[in-house]
Design a binder for this molecule. Structure first.
Ligand SMILES: NC(=O)c1ccc[n+]([C@@H]2O[C@H](COP(=O)([O-])OP(=O)(O)OC[C@H]3O[C@@H](n4cnc5c(N)ncnc54)[C@H](OP(=O)(O)O)[C@@H]3O)[C@@H](O)[C@H]2O)c1
Length: 392
């Protein structure tokens, strides 16, 4: 039976697709309409990651691309096309979404909440009663910064660090309501922050942590010269010159869960192979060891010429640079996180193979360094770029 995948051109979707092709002869990609040639983008990923040429050559035969828009009723398809699509699908993987941590709630709801609603409507319309695998995020745990987040929890009592988290929480609520209403099983996969050591490349989806680098760099540029003008206290850099010191609210014992995206895709596909309970089965797809916040800070300091000092509270008299960074509380808040994601269910099902190798500073640097462009350049015309705990 045909497997359909949304978000196949995304950072995670490409890895899911790679895994799914190991076990499925063909797949239907519900690609983002008007966002570049999906087959070309997927092919480019296979080329850049060294997939066997014989496998890459089969992609045009094995992948059927249907252009859709998550935000539109019937995914932007005519009634007839929507019904035909639904009737041909045995499983739907829903990985598409907006991971824009700076996005506003209406925009994020359109893609993440309404998009999930439309995918669920597709599943409901099908005579084949397809299985639904919904990609959520461990960050539906919201602004609860300490304690343990469990797989069967879905609460908004602590609020959310940003609109992205809230939109993913609301999408999960929809999934639960749909499962109850239709008496259908759904697999909910909640990965933590996904990372890779594959160097950045213009033809590949952006590394999710690059957004933080961009924000810091933009703030630095907007604040103007810091050290020469005395606008910020400065410290000597590791090379020549001095770097401005910024105080950011964070916890010296804070930790964040970062997981290799390739490993996450493998775990997800293996979990999808298990017999469903009949209701909503939710799994934390996370690393068994968190990354200390000071390691994340060291990474940021390598990427951007800044010196970050973690402080307990917002500075009373912020420098111009610190004031600019204050615009992104939904992102910098993560430096204060100390919670752990419980993944007992995943480990019970998959055993020690659920564990992945270490994510350390060097690993993270490889995936983000602008100097690590070791991948081959495009062979032809370039692909179109993809556009119970206390709360704190
Ligand atoms: N990345 C992470 O660290 C992370 C962590 C936890 C959970 N997740 C979840 O994992 C899923 C995949 O994330 P990702 O990292 O792969 O994101 P991504 O790289 O930004 O990819 C998003 C995918 O969704 C597609 N898409 C976006 N808007 C669409 C629309 N209106 N209609 C149809 N398709 C649309 C994109 O197509 P185009 O590229 O053509 O626009 C792309 O294929 C998301 O649900 C996200 O919430 C991600």
């Amino acid at each position: 039976m045909q497997v359909a995948l949304t978000g196949a051109t995304g950072f995670l979707g490409l890895r899911l697709l790679r895994r799914l092709l190991d076990t499925h002869r063909s797949l239907t990609l519900l690609a983002h309409a008007g966002s570049g040639n999906a087959l070309r983008r997927v092919t480019r990923y296979f080329e850049l990651t060294g997939a066997p040429a014989a496998l890459t050559a089969t992609l045009p035969d094995r992948l059927r691309v249907v252009e859709t828009d998550l935000a539109l009723p019937r995914l932007g398809l005519s009634e007839r096309a929507f019904q035909e699509l639904a009737d041909g699908i045995g499983t739907i993987w829903h990985s598409a979404g907006s991971i824009n941590l700076e996005g506003d709630l209406p925009e994020l709801r359109r893609t993440n909440v309404e998009g999930t609603r439309h995918v669920l409507e597709l599943a409901a319309a099908s005579r084949l009663r397809p299985r639904v695998h919904h990609v959520s995020t461990a960050f539906v745990a919201g602004a609860r910064r300490e304690g343990v987040a469990y797989e069967d929890e879905l609460k908004d009592t602590c609020g959310f660090e940003n609109a992205y988290e809230r939109s993913k929480y609301e999408a999960e609520l929809l999934v639960h309501a749909w499962s109850r209403e239709h008496g259908r099983p759904v697999l909910v996969l909640r990965p933590s922050i996904l990372v890779t050591d594959l160097p950045p490349h213009p033809d590949l989806p952006a590394h999710p942590l690059l957004v933080i680098e961009r924000i810091l760099r933009d703030a630095l540029r907007a604040a103007g010269p810091q050290c020469d003008s005395g606008a910020s206290p400065c410290v000597p850099g590791s090379h020549a010159g001095r770097r401005p010191r910024v105080r950011m609210v964070g916890h010296p014992h804070g930790r964040l869960n970062l997981l290799q995206v390739e490993h996450a895709a493998e775990v997800m596909v293996r979990l999808a192979g298990r017999t469903p309970s009949g209701g909503v089965d939710t799994y934390h797809v996370v690393h068994d060891r968190d990354v200390p916040v000071p390691t994340v800070v060291a990474l940021l300091e390598r990427l951007v010429p800044l010196s970050v000092e973690l402080v307990a509270d917002r500075p009373g008299t912020p420098s111009a640079l610190e004031a600019l960074l204050d615009f992104y509380p939904g992102m910098t808040a993560y430096l204060a996180h100390r919670r752990r994601f419980d993944d007992t269910r995943v480990r019970a099902l998959l055993g020690p193979s659920a564990a992945s190798s270490r994510v350390d500073l060097d690993y993270l640097w490889s995936g983000l360094s602008p100097h690590a462009r070791l991948l081959p350049g495009p062979p032809g015309p370039p692909a179109t770029p993809s556009a119970s705990a206390r709360c704190a």
